[in-house]
Design a protein around this ligand. Sequence first.
Ligand SMILES: *Cc1c(COP(=O)(O)O)cnc(C)c1O
Length: 387
Amino acid sequence: MDPLQFNIPFNKPHLTGKELVYIRDAVESGQLSGNGKYTKMCQRFFEEEFGFLKCLLTSSCTDALEMAAILLNIKEGDEIIVPAYTFVSTANAFVLRGAKIVFADCRKDNPNMDEDLLEDLITPRTKAIVPVHYSGVACNMERIMELAEDHGIYVIEDAAQAVNSYFTDTKGNKHALGSIGHMATFSFHETKNIISGEGGMLVINDPELVPRAEIIWEKGTNRSAFFRNEVKKYEWVDIGSSFLPSEVTAAFLYAQLESMDKIHQKRRKIWDTYFERLSEWAKEQQIQLPSIPAYATNNAHLFYLVARDLEQRDLIIDHLKKQGILAIFHYLSLHRSPFYAAKHGTRELPESDRLSNSLLRLPLFYGLSEEELDHIIENLKSVPFNE
Ligand SMILES: *Cc1c(COP(=O)(O)O)cnc(C)c1O
């Protein structure tokens, strides 16, 4: 097969076929602004399927994180513990409210925050820990929740990548990611498993935070309570912003949610094929494949490799590119970012640095054909490492 025939992107958004049907229905119903029929159907789906206490759709996971920071009254002088190896929004939401970010390093066996390093980062000013479930694989939530409880701090799960994934505690109880922290945030950006173009959701599991969450969501007004006939007037009662997506977005999302299991199975099949067919090669080349702790499930959000070093990683990326395959590296650790490096100071985060230099992600999307998958795997195995 001529390699030039391949042009495999990193991601291709998947359409289930029902999106336009539901969007048409939303448009014809006459209500296009937020918090209508499809918004409520999506929120109910998550609450029933995963045991989340209260869900509010947002325009993005970034927005949901910003709502969480407002809800916790984060202000100047507060400290928030965030992994260094994550997307900027995890930190930015709290920086916007004046907080100082205290970066945590990663585990050695996977890119999640190392729970054993957290206690040393907690001070009397610490307000929250924000674990990120990288690639949809759970952080050690039992340990993190214990620590948070001991110190009276909040936990917000950045579950942007973690839809339909679980954590099993030491008693054997299974918890959906997003149902464990006081709050959690999800993303439906087109690069995630379940999509709506741009989109997100805030989950509130702490009942005390629910009433104010609705107000912040609705621009600082008690509009939600008004429509439930709980208050007589609809007024400005707090700070807030416009965090609701329109019904067009929610209608799209609902179509995706109906296909959640099918999407999961397809992604999982691709993930498993990568893992099985690359295991031996990876061992020979001292390349790390993903490792899933016994307490976590795998939602097949992404398949990554951790190369020996930067040179080996870039060699792989270049070689695949020549064969029409787009593999890409991931986060540049936030503690070294132009915006935050000086504020972070000199504390070393060796594992985050290692992953910034050596992790790469392979194409993984619903429409990836067997032929394309085969082409990627065979070309990985033929990277000329010793020339
Ligand atoms: C994708 C992602 C976000 C941002 O999601 P948006 O919906 O694009 O705002 C935040 N955190 C993590 C870990 C992500 O992967």
